[in-house]
Design a protein around this ligand. Structure first.
Ligand code: PLP
Length: 394
């Protein structure tokens, strides 16, 4: 007897990640023999630095193959806490402790568990538009309501204190923030972040700050963090991870720094979902975060190559008169308005006619736009940008 599946209300409205769907479509076309340049991916194309791989092998040989504490191994949490404490220097505050850190399976799990721990039915959560595909789903899974805050076109589509005030409701409990930003590549400066964290403190809102691209910036060595600017951190949940800056997407390690009570609740939640993040990956991450000279050299080389690709791409795209391109100051994305203001139609044409995969802006709440990542070789970036110019003017 067949047994029909009716999705529960928990997942009834959930949609597959549009960025992952784009990459899968590109892979399917490639498998069918088409030559495809995939600018849809949200992951660096570099090899994981060798010293991190060696540390992973050493951990394996040392028998790091069993459960750890749910919240993660102590030396790793201490390293994360110490880095957060350095950002709060000079304020006379108590140092950030390992008890305020939870290590998770990717930063994705930190984001999901933070949203789950902080928000629930009846709560509104302010969400920048455009923003990364998963925030809206995460807020929805917590049964809270995502309230869109359209970014300021005059400021690289970033949200501002004024825009947040305009969109706030009596039920607002918090906001999601992301700098450097996926999908735009925009980076918030310290004053912009301070204005937002001040407002959140005044209103009693939580700020979940996703800083996963923090080390991938081109104008400043590292993007400002809310930890650098907020008067107090008692309303901050700061999320980071190794996926992007260290080319460690497959290791699946992220973390959050949060007030102790929040960290404790997230740990309890994690104890019933995934338990600890992969033990081997935690040891790999410990190397990435504590062998700083080697890590800095590796990150500098990768960011340098991203910068060269960005510059090359921007140079080629400048042939398009009046192109609206967000200033790409961080992450590895170009975000531009499509011809005719139809991002999906342009993405389809690029894929079918030129073999170039990009993500339609609709995935991020802005259907007129398109996102192209430059996490493919420089030669491919250049070929793809020439194809975009060709299609534009065709
Ligand atoms: N946050 C943003 C803005 C991202 O773009 C991504 C990945 O694409 C993530 C979080 C998830 O990263 P992780 O691999 O650490 O789960």
């Amino acid at each position: 007897m067949s047994h029909p599946f009716v999705p529960s209300p928990n997942v009834a409205s959930i949609k597959e990640s549009a960025t992952i769907a784009t990459s899968q479509r590109a892979q399917a076309l490639r498998a069918a023999g088409r030559s495809i340049i995939d600018l849809g991916a949200g992951e660096p194309d570099f090899a994981t630095p060798a010293f991190i791989l060696e540390a992973t092998k050493a951990a394996l040989d040392a028998g790091a193959t069993h459960y750890t504490a749910v919240e993660g191994i102590l030396p790793l949490r201490e390293a994360i806490a110490a880095a957060a404490t350095r950002r709060r220097a000079g304020r006379g505050e108590a140092p950030v402790t390992a008890g305020e850190v939870v290590v998770t399976t990717g930063s994705k799990q930190s984001l999901q568990h933070a949203a789950f721990a902080l928000f629930g039915p009846g709560d509104d959560v302010l969400l920048p538009v455009p923003s990364w595909v998963s925030y809206r789903e995460m807020v929805g899974l917590a049964r809270a309501r995502a309230v869109s805050v359209p970014g300021d076109p005059g400021r690289g589509l970033k949200i501002t204190r004024t825009l947040l005030e305009r969109c706030a409701t009596p039920r607002t409990r918090g906001l999601m923030l992301n700098s450097p930003t996926n999908p735009t590549g925009a980076v918030y400066d310290a004053d912009e972040l301070r204005a937002i964290t001040d407002l959140a403190a005044e209103r009693g809102w939580w700020v979940i700050s996703d800083e996963i691209y923090g080390r991938i910036t081109y104008r400043v060595p590292e993007a400002p963090s809310v930890l650098d600017v907020a008067a107090s951190r008692d309303h901050l949940v700061v999320i980071n991870g190794v996926a992007k800056a260290y080319a460690m997407t497959g290791f699946r390690i992220g973390w959050c720094v949060a007030p102790r009570a929040v960290a404790r609740t997230m740990t309890a939640l994690q104890s019933h979902t995934t338990s600890n993040a992969s033990t081997l990956s935690q040891h790999a991450t410990l190397a990435a975060l504590t062998r700083t000279a080697e890590a800095d050299t590796a990150v500098r080389a990768m960011v340098g190559e991203f910068r060269a690709r960005r510059d090359a791409a921007r140079g080629i795209l400048s042939a398009i008169p009046g192109l609206e391109l967000i200033e790409p100051d961080g992450a590895f994305y170009l975000f531009f308005k499509a011809p005719g203001g139809d991002g999906s139609a342009f993405a389809t044409r690029l894929l079918e006619e030129e073999g170039i995969a990009v993500v339609p802006g609709a995935a991020f709440g802005t259907p007129e736009w398109v996102r192209a990542s430059y996490s493919v070789s420089r030669a491919e970036v250049e070929r793809a940008m020439h194809a975009i110019v060709r299609r534009w003017t065709a």
